[in-house]
Design a protein around this ligand. Structure first.
Ligand SMILES: [Zn+2]
Length: 278
């Protein structure tokens, strides 16, 4: 999964440090990050790729001893107006497909923080310009004292088993039309993770589940989420009633008809592969 980079390590404890030439830098402009073309794919730019010294940026975290820095908005905006040759602003999802697992995790996590910072440049309570916290990862309002922490939205995903069949589905907005995935959704206010599992499966597929069991979790920076994975069993009538406003399709798929899934990035694929090997 995305966060499994052992023996390498993400050091995300809050601290400050200065950039080195080989450290990574994220230039974030709205929804996109500036990436460097390398053959047919993209890599994260390094501090040394830019002539500015010192580069206007601040420290986010390290992966091993490689620092990740976020360029200040004015610098990123200037680059967006005049994109340097060999670089391109790409959607956050591009990090998912990077060759290096370290850049996958580092880039996506940095973009998650970058989006949070970009949406909180002004206080949501009083409208005053905010400042970054000096003792913790927070954004503070110097006028009214409002403190904003990084947004991490909990999501549940569930592999519903019915004997040798797995409930599989595809969201309307999933760009991958060739495959089926699992039922998932954001946790609503006032419910716990297991209650969210029951509600999502009933809402999206029209069936009840029992024996909901925790499987594992992963960060999913692409939707600013933390995903909790579960397994469950069908409880009662297997007839599916697809929620057409959310899903393109849903079906019970026999174990032998499920194609292989790449488990290197998503917990969804790990849950599907786990079902294959039950
Ligand atoms: Zn305020």
């Amino acid at each position: 999964m995305l966060h499994e980079i052992a023996p390498h390590k993400l050091h995300n404890e809050f601290r400050t440090q200065l950039p080195k030439p080989d450290d990574c830098v994220i230039l974030f402009d709205g929804e996109k990050s500036l990436l460097k073309k390398q053959g047919e794919s993209f890599v994260i730019p390094r501090i040394k790729d830019f002539g500015e010294s010192p580069l206007p940026c601040h420290y986010l975290f390290c992966v091993d001893d490689v620092g990740y820095f976020l360029a200040e908005p004015a610098f990123a905006e200037a680059m967006a107006r005049s994109v340097p040759a060999g670089f391109e602003f790409k959607p956050v999802r591009t990090f998912r497909y990077m060759e290096s697992p370290l850049e996958r995790l580092g880039g996506a996590t940095a973009a998650h923080i970058a989006k949070w910072e970009s949406l909180n440049r002004f206080c949501g309570r009083c409208g005053c310009a905010t400042v970054r916290g000096e003792r913790e990862r927070s954004i503070n309002c110097p006028k009214c004292g409002n403190v904003v922490y990084p947004k991490i939205s909990p999501v549940v995903i569930v592999a519903v088993h019915n004997g040798d069949e797995l409930l599989m589905a595809r969201n309307l907005d999933n760009p991958d039309k060739s495959r089926l995935f699992l039922i998932s959704g954001f946790v609503e206010v006032g419910e716990n993770l297991e209650q969210a599992v029951h509600r999502e499966v009933l809402e999206e597929a029209g069936v009840h589940v029992k024996n909901v069991r925790y499987f594992g979790s992963q960060p999913w920076p692409f939707s600013e989420s933390l995903i909790a994975g579960f397994t469950a069993e069908l409880d009662g009538d297997p007839t599916l009633r697809v929620q057409e406003s959310e899903l393109a399709t849903a079906a019970w798929v026999k174990r032998e008809d499920i194609p292989p899934y790449d488990t290197s990035v998503s917990i969804s694929s790990c849950l599907i592969e786990n079902f294959r090997h039950v």
